[in-house]
Design a binder for this molecule. Structure first.
Ligand SMILES: [Zn+2]
Length: 741
């Protein structure tokens, strides 16, 4: 429900929507000649009032403050500003009196200009949480969660149509929506380059099409090992807009809340009851669409289609209408394999599920529920009412759950276990080696947990991936050739599984790698049980041909969104109708984040700290790299622009050698010679060898170089490591030379 209309408090003039720029600065038009002081003062008050409102909203939502803290800070701000104004007024009056001006005889000065009470009014609309919430819809068009009853539970749904309407009206989003879909015939870079989109697109005619990627998952808002475990487990559904390039879609801001409800509601009442408003709106968005007026003032018609639904395998099977049992019977939503065939069958021996056979399975189960076990199907998917949506194609595999949380730690564990069994290392020695290894930058953030006595790997998905990637730096793998070979094969496969871009030709090579990897496990590591997740991997080349790189729809970033809700729940500490509280706070935050006209963060974003350096204080080589010379240059440690983060010390892929090996620049300086212009200067690192031992490129310093934002071939932030006087850069995934991330 889109709130709007005339506001009680803040409506000033018709144009005041534009009085504030995105960052909240006040911009008031300046006239030449004599100025009407009271009119000017009124104009300023209006602009300031809105600015103060935005500040109060930002304070509450960006820093996730409880109501009492928010109100206390606002009260402090109020009194601080009063004190500043009153001191300032005293100084002005003194100065005027000293110069013989009759202050007391000037009513405009004493009663209007110097009246500090009028500034108290600036806070009138936003000095309590209640007022911020009440006025947020009027001032900034917050999209309100709508209550929907599912059995005994209250579920909160945020209209897709309202969110989409708000998005298409943003100046930097509109161009991506209006452009036609184009794709290279071989290069797979996004969902729109895959086969699933091509076949779906043939159903869609006319108007502009918005692509919806849904994600569903459950999470605990309280300590998962505490006394309230399970009581406050939530089920959240988000969406991202597939029309945006994936580098923008991964930002938490571009992940929109669709529905939130207690997980028990889904268990007790079923997905169909909870998702009724979503399914109904998806039908309307496809058949009727909606119109919206765009930044240029013209009106356009839009339709929206559901492209994919991501989640863990349990949620995906539940939403798609497949059995949610993974230790017996048919366990795969892509093919008809059964659990006891997992270890032996490879991809060429399985029967793939297709729309026609699936319809037959659903009908057979409807006639006799016992057929459920035969086909692995429980009934129609809640999304099967959408005429264009193919249930056998709409639920892609998730790289995070399959690879990062399952395959990578299983392989890491098997490698260490074998080395321990061969007495090449002990668990204690391994943990000691990990503790003393200095992980750098973003690798440090994901520093793995110590491994357990039985070599089991614990920690988050990102920590497990970090351990898998840096395993060769922690232990001498070639000492144990059988384990070393397993690691190399697994790493080759994961390089493709995690990639951002891949060509159709590479998919054949990827498939061969998977076959060899699986055979090697069967022959040399019979103790590794081939779970359904290991099986799903064999479908990855096929799935990437369908959906493009699977990374674009992985669950990794959605986990970050859950973290936001956990923070809110802990800050608020009130669990009465927690679903409503979380939905409401999220929508207030979105309101703050989407208050401006540009919302993708393409512009240069800098940290608040940095320092001025003079041109002459820079090394001659660095001076020569600068395109723009300026006497005072702002120097920072990190900068974000165009969806890519640059950090001093990190390396970025900027080119490829004639052998297709990546060339890096290790960033040494991030300089801003004039506003909005970033110069990235560093050392060019040329690959001299690919070290199999470290599964990393050995590089050599080739002197100073600079590059411009947009010249980078990939947005991964890589950290060079120095070992025995050699420098290595380890890539987390395969980057083709034509990469356009
Ligand atoms: Zn399968």
């Amino acid at each position: 429900m889109l709130e709007g209309g005339p506001s009680e408090g803040i409506s000033c003039t018709e144009q005041d929507e534009d009085v504030l720029s995105d960052n909240g600065d006040v911009e008031v038009e300046c006239h030449s000649g004599p100025v009407d002081v009271s009119a000017l003062q009124k104009q300023y008050s209006c602009a300031l009032r809105k600015s103060v409102f935005k500040y109060s909203l930002k304070l509450r939502e960006k820093y996730v403050l409880p109501a009492s803290t928010h109100e206390a800070i606002v009260a402090d701000c109020k009194s601080l500003i009063s004190n500043v104004l009153s001191c300032h007024n005293d100084v002005i009056q003194c100065h005027l009196k000293n110069n013989g001006y009759d202050v007391s005889g000037d009513d405009v000065l004493t009663q209007d200009i110097l009246d500090i009470n009028q500034y108290e009014q600036l806070w009138f609309d936003c000095d309590t949480s209640y007022k911020v919430i009440r006025n947020c819809g009027d001032v900034l068009g917050r999209i309100k969660p709508v209550e929907h009853i599912a059995g005994n539970f209250k579920s909160y749904y945020i209209s897709l149509k309202d969110t989409l309407t708000m998005l298409v009206q943003k100046e930097d989003i509109a161009p991506f929506i209006l452009q036609s879909f184009s794709c290279h015939e071989s290069h797979l870079t996004s969902f729109t380059s895959g086969d699933a989109f091509q076949s779906m697109f043939s159903h869609i005619k006319g108007s502009h099409v918005l692509l919806i990627h849904l994600y569903n998952d459950e999470f605990e808002v309280v300590n998962p090992i505490g006394a309230h475990r399970g009581k406050h487990k939530m089920n959240a559904t988000y969406f991202t807009l597939g029309n945006l390039p994936s580098k923008f879609r991964s930002s938490l801001q571009q992940i929109h809340l669709v529905n939130i409800v207690k997980h028990k509601a889904v268990k007790d009442e079923g997905y169909a009851a909870v998702f009724a408003p979503l399914v109904q709106e998806l039908q309307e968005l496809y058949t009727d669409g909606f119109t919206a007026s765009l930044p240029g003032g013209h009106t356009e018609k839009f339709h929206a289609v559901l492209c994919t639904v991501s989640g863990d395998n349990l949620s995906s099977h539940a939403l798609a209408g497949f059995r949610q049992v993974f230790n017996s019977g048919r366990v795969c939503r892509v093919c008809m394999i059964s659990h006891d065939e997992l270890a032996d069958k490879c991809v060429s021996d399985v029967t793939l599920r297709r729309a026609e056979t699936h319809a037959y399975h659903v009908e057979a189960v409807r006639q006799n529920p016992d057929n459920c076990a035969i086909y692995g199907v429980t009934g129609p998917s809640i999304f099967s009412v959408l005429p264009y949506f193919d249930v056998t194609q709409g639920f892609p595999a998730d790289v995070m759950h399959d690879c990062m949380e399952s395959i990578m730690p299983v392989i890491t564990c098997a490698v260490i276990k074998l080395m321990v069994a061969k007495k090449l290392i002990s668990v204690a020695q391994f943990n000691k080696s990990m503790s003393s290894f200095v992980f750098k930058g973003s690798d440090r953030v994901n520093k793995p947990e110590l491994i357990q006595k039985d070599c089991n790997i614990v920690g988050s998905a990102a920590q497990k991936m970090c351990l898998f990637q840096f395993l060769p730096f922690l232990v001498d793998l070639p000492e144990c050739p059988v384990a070393y070979k397993l690691y190399l094969l697994a790493r080759d496969v994961m390089m493709f599984a995690l990639c951002r871009c891949i060509s159709r030709q590479d998919l054949d090579y990827f498939e061969q790698k998977i076959v060899v990897f699986r055979q090697y496990i069967n022959e040399h590591f019979p103790d590794i049980s081939v779970t359904p997740k290991f099986h799903y991997l064999v479908h990855y080349p096929l799935l990437m041909a369908r959906y493009g790189p699977l990374r674009a729809m992985w669950c990794m970033r959605f986990e970050g969104k859950h973290q936001y809700f956990k923070t809110v729940a802990n800050a608020v500490g009130n669990f009465i109708n927690i679903a409503y509280t979380l939905a409401m706070r999220h929508q207030m935050l979105q309101c703050h984040l989407f208050a401006g006209r540009n919302v993708l963060g393409q512009e240069l974003t800098l940290p608040s700290s940095g320092k001025f350096v003079t041109f002459t204080s820079l090394q001659i080589d660095v001076q020569q790299c600068l395109c723009y010379a300026s006497s005072q240059i702002w120097s920072v440690k990190e900068a974000t622009t165009g969806g890519c983060k640059f950090e001093v010390g990190a390396a970025i892929v900027v080119d490829f050698t004639s052998d297709n090996d990546p060339v890096f620049i290790q960033i040494k300086h991030l300089l801003i010679p004039h506003e909005g212009h970033l110069e990235v200067i560093g050392k060019l690192l040329i690959p001299i060898d690919f070290s199999k031992k470290y599964y990393a490129y050995q590089v050599t310093d080739n002197g100073w170089a600079h590059f411009h934002q947009g010249d980078e071939k990939d947005c991964s932030v890589l950290w060079p490591y120095e070992i025995d006087d050699n420098v290595y850069v380890s890539l987390p995934y395969y980057i083709p030379t034509w990469s356009s991330y």
